[in-house]
Design a protein around this ligand. Structure first.
Ligand code: MSP
Length: 526
């Protein structure tokens, strides 16, 4: 195993409110990708966390009559950390921007920028959107209409903007236009997918202005190390979490080992921050840039981007309580193309749950175990000769494994699941055609029955391993039912590159019927 670390991050989420399934989406997709890479035997580090400074959080705390620190402490403990358990995320670290390691690391980074003459003091006058925590240039400001009548709004996301006139520090972003264009050219994967890449390149090609990076009219933030009248602009501080979480400024050895990040997963709304400002800051501080930034699309509910402010924000536990965390994870990975917008609905989750999970996969697992129970007293027999239909199963499995692995490498979990589901369909078709229940009646003394059920059990072994990153709970139940652990070891230790090797479950293995993996849900659609 190489010593390098496969380092993946989610955005750090604002704790102005509780999480909704949009936040859960990015986090689950990162979890699927990192669990898969762990099963490739790689050193993985998966980071998520919370973005706690800035005016948006400050104002929310004020509205609720509590100090910002009390507000974020409560929300993180009551809402954000529990969400990870609700959706079964195996992150390695959780960073809060109010932690000392982040404060120290951020100050060290700013000092590096200052010493390298990448920042200067100036006066800022212009518009700011607190909701987006973003400076909005004059050409992107419009007169509000309807509810926003009498206010100015940002054309970028429709949020209200306010006039800001204050002393700020500026970052020399304008120095980085050519260097960034060179980066996109020499590292074509740097920003993906293609739509985000094109957007970013055209934005940078139009020219870059220096960026205001500090605020001096409130103090909920990290002090600029050489000037305590200023706090760092929240975005500039937030981006630094990816570096401070792995030791920038506090543990140089660890930082050198883990940095640069392999993938920053982000929603497309924040692709520019990650693909323009962040690499420029890293270049200015003399640090390597990340390998890839992947911008995914929106979850749409009723055709609209889901968000808390539109009151169409669904909490993860609203779905998990009904469908379970495995089905939740499966749904978002399977039903949406990662990288594009996609509509979700209760009806669609419900339909896929019953058709694909309960009938397609769960039923397959319980049927095979039940037949081995009935015909072989729950003990896996030795296989007979492999004939053409068995060879077809083996070939479909080998191809699907290779395709799924390539899809995860390309950050396309939906394609990985499509490939894996070909195994589910193949096994169901194989059983229908081979009809082991008929063989048991018509030809009980041949070894055909054993061959068919061993082939099906091997197929289930492969499915347990491949689906473990997506549906860890039902995969573990399946692994248990296959009695695989005593001979093959723990499910998490199974390697993707070895999974298609046929005939791993030894004859004599005890197979038991799994608990119902996806029980039917009678709840009415909402
Ligand atoms: N705090 C900043 C990010 C700083 S990263 C250095 C932020 N936070 S946020 O709470 O607004 O979260 C934004 C992220 O949540 C998006 O980039 C995306 O990953 C996720 N999503 C929020 N709403 C979403 C949808 N409706 N659909 C898909 N993802 C969504 O921006």
């Amino acid at each position: 195993m190489s010593d390098s670390t496969f380092y993946v991050t989610t955005p750090i989420y604002y704790v102005n409110d509780a999480p909704h399934i949009g936040h859960g989406y990015t986090t689950v997709m990162g979890d699927i990708i990192t669990r898969w890479h762990r099963q490739r035997g790689e050193n993985v580090w998966y980071l998520t966390g919370t973005d706690e400074h800035g005016q948006k959080v400050l104002r929310k705390a004020e509205e609720n009559g509590v100090s910002p620190q009390d507000w974020v402490d409560k929300l993180v403990e009551d809402e954000w950390r529990p969400m990870l358990a609700t959706i079964d995320v195996a992150n390695d670290d959780f960073i809060r921007t109010t932690e000392q390691r982040h404060i120290d690391g951020s100050k060290a980074f700013w000092t590096a920028l200052y010493e390298r003459d990448a920042v200067y003091k100036g006066n800022f006058e212009g518009h700011y959107s607190v909701s987006a925590e973003e400076f909005v240039s004059e050409e992107d400001v419009a007169e509000g209409e309807g509810d926003d009548e009498g206010f100015k709004v940002s054309k970028l996301d429709g949020s209200r903007v306010e006039l800001v006139a204050e002393e700020n520090y500026f970052f020399r972003l304008s120095d980085y236009q050519q260097k960034l264009l060179d980066l996109y050219e020499s590292q074509p994967d740097f920003i993906q997918p293609e739509s985000a890449r094109n957007e970013v390149i055209s934005f940078v090609s139009r020219g870059l202005r220096d960026l205001s990076i500090s605020r001096s009219t409130f103090d909920w933030g990290i002090e600029v190390p050489w000037d305590d009248k200023h706090v760092m602009y929240v975005w500039i501080e937030a981006l630094l979490n990816y570096a401070t979480a792995v030791g920038y400024g506090t543990d140089p050895e660890r930082f050198a080992k883990v940095w640069p990040a392999d993938i920053h997963l982000v929603g497309k709304d924040i692709a520019r921050f990650h693909a323009v400002i962040w690499p420029a800051m890293l270049m200015a501080a003399g640090e390597p840039v990340p390998h890839r930034v992947f911008a995914h699309g929106w979850l749409l509910v009723g055709g609209q981007k889901m968000s808390k402010s539109k009151a169409n924000g669904i909490r993860p536990d609203e779905l998990v309580d009904t469908f379970g965390s495995d089905a939740y994870r499966y749904y978002f990975a399977r039903a949406l193309t990662f990288g594009s917008d996609g509509s979700i609905s209760w009806e669609d989750i419900n339909a896929r749950y019953h058709a694909e999970l309960a009938n397609g996969f769960g039923n397959l697992a319980s049927r095979v175990a039940a037949m081995i129970g009935k015909y072989f007293d729950g003990v896996l027999p030795a296989t007979g000769a492999v004939t053409v239909p068995e060879q077809m199963v083996i070939d479909v499995v080998a191809k699907a494994v290779a395709e799924a692995d390539a899809a995860i490498e390309a950050i396309a979990p939906h394609d990985a699941l499509n490939a894996i589901w070909r195994i589910v369909d193949e096994l169901n078709g194989y059983l229908t055609e081979q009809a082991p229940w008929k063989v048991a009646k018509d030809d009980p003394d041949s070894d055909r029955l054993a061959t068919i059920l061993v082939t099906a059990a091997e197929g289930l072994r492969v499915l347990a391993v491949l689906l473990n990153p997506v549906m860890p709970m039902s995969s573990a139940a399946l692994w248990d039912s296959l009695g695989a652990e005593p001979s093959l070891g723990a499910l998490d230790a199974q390697r993707i590159d070895d999974v298609a090797t046929w005939g791993q479950l030894p004859a004599g293995t005890t197979i038991t019927k799994p608990p119902s993996l996806f029980p039917r849900i009678e709840a009415p659609a909402e």
